[in-house]
Design a protein around this ligand. Structure first.
Ligand SMILES: NC(=O)c1ccc[n+]([C@@H]2O[C@H](COP(=O)([O-])OP(=O)(O)OC[C@H]3O[C@@H](n4cnc5c(N)ncnc54)[C@H](O)[C@@H]3O)[C@@H](O)[C@H]2O)c1
Ligand SMILES: [Zn+2]
Length: 377
């Protein structure tokens, strides 16, 4: 990474087109035809039944020649190479990634190796992976491997909200946990380099603000709509916040402590089964404490997290008996040399992060006690 003090350019990057609506897959051909007519389509078995069959049918009706490959489940270099090989053998004109964050990341990386364009069709709003020009790769066993960066973002991101509305509502909540961090993190990164290697522009800051506004206004309502499998204006707004606004906001705005703490949580085995956004949600409260946010501000975020069943205490994270030693190892990883925590202007130490974790749990417990909060059944 270049030294931020020596970079004066502001930079904003994004996909060429973003389409969202309840019939997006049915109408996919008209949006995808500019990329060619012989795509390599990666999706796993579950997603094939949910949306893959319907997508292939819609494309075949419009004379596309689709090569369907079953995604193996992990976004690993090996899986990316396998998809690339199939793309070469079939002379695929572009790649479609259909599914959750891992399928999306593997598809983006394969398209990059094939030097063809990429279309992303997320089937959950669980992460902000669809719009970014990077993939998070893992070993075939599921350990973090590396971030890989590409020259361009996916050309087309197509979101079918009738599919998302039927996905498990825990996924939408996790996406909100990832998205609520966007503004909290980006507003501390005004003078650091974003993922494109430039300074944030005014629009990336505005996107983070809008993302947060939508979540606070409509998050709970969208969560309830998702439980009822209903596509409503609130659900549409939150899907856009989780997918487009959060994606553009983090990539061109920057990440800070919340995501670094999420990465630190990999030190605790018991947290591996949690979704990305669930861990980011707790990290967001810890970051707010780290930068000395007033109680009224903490209350706003904690109340939001609880309204969509995101964890704000160690108990809710599933680690009620976490030890100080474990928390110190989380803080140590969160403060690793290349971590995004160093994007913040504030002075940060491992000890301060350790203390913010303990205080976040305490603030969550105190809020629950004070407001007599009870989980909806
Ligand atoms: N590249 C980026 O910018 C970026 C950003 C955030 C997260 N990520 C990555 O995203 C990954 C996490 O993604 P995830 O949380 O979507 O998990 P995931 O990709 O593992 O998907 C979880 C499961 O959801 C299932 N699924 C997908 N759509 C469904 C639907 N409509 N109904 C029922 N089940 C459905 C899939 O079959 C899969 O088994 C992580 O690897 C993370 O590193 C990447
Ligand atoms: Zn994230």
């Amino acid at each position: 990474m270049p030294n931020p003090k020596r970079v004066s350019e502001r930079l904003f990057q994004s996909p060429s087109k973003y389409i969202q609506g309840p019939s997006a897959i049915q109408n996919a051909a008209k949006y995808l035809e500019s990329l060619g007519r012989s795509p390599l389509l990666a999706c796993d078995k579950i997603v094939y039944e949910i949306a893959g069959k319907q997508l292939i049918e819609a494309l075949q009706k419009a004379d596309f020649k689709v090569t369907h490959v079953e995604f193996g489940g992990e976004a690993s270099s090996q899986e990316v190479d396998r998809l690339t090989k199939l793309g070469l053998e079939n002379q695929s004109s572009f790649v479609i990634g259909l599914g959750g964050g891992k399928t999306i990341d593997a598809a983006k990386a394969a398209a990059n190796q094939l030097k063809v364009q990429c279309a992303i069709i997320p089937t959950t709003a669980s992460t902000d992976a669809p719009c970014s020009a990077l993939s998070v790769l893992y070993t075939p066993e599921g350990q973090f491997d590396q971030y890989t960066f590409f020259d361009r973002n996916p050309s087309i991101v197509l979101v079918d909200t009738s599919v998302i509305a039927k996905a498990p509502y825990r996924f939408l909540a996790a996406g909100m946990g990832d998205a609520i961090a966007t503004n909290v993190e980006a507003r501390l990164c005004r003078t650091s380099l974003n993922f494109g290697g430039g300074l944030p522009t005014e629009v990336s800051v505005a996107i983070g603000t809008k993302c947060e506004e939508i979540l606070l206004k409509y998050g709970k309502q969208a969560y309830e709509a998702n439980k009822a499998k209903a596509v409503t204006p609130a659900l549409e707004a939150v899907v856009e916040a989780n997918t487009l606004l959060s994606g553009l906001g983090f990539e061109s705005g920057g990440l800070a402590a919340a995501h670094a703490i999420h990465n630190g949580f990999t030190a605790i085995e018991a947290l591996h089964s949690l979704l990305h956004g669930e861990k980011v949600a707790f990290g967001t409260v810890a970051q707010l404490i780290l930068v000395n946010s007033p109680t009224s501000v903490l209350d706003t975020y904690i109340s939001f997290m609880l309204s969509v069943d995101l964890p704000v205490t160690f108990g809710q994270l599933g680690i009620p008996n976490v030890t100080d030693e474990e928390l110190r190892s989380v803080a140590k990883l969160a403060c690793a040399e290349n971590e995004t925590i160093w994007n913040m202007e504030q002075l940060v130490t491992e000890d301060a992060v350790y203390n913010s974790l303990k205080a976040a749990d305490a603030a969550g417990r105190e809020y629950i006690r004070r407001t007599n909060w009870k989980k909806d059944e």
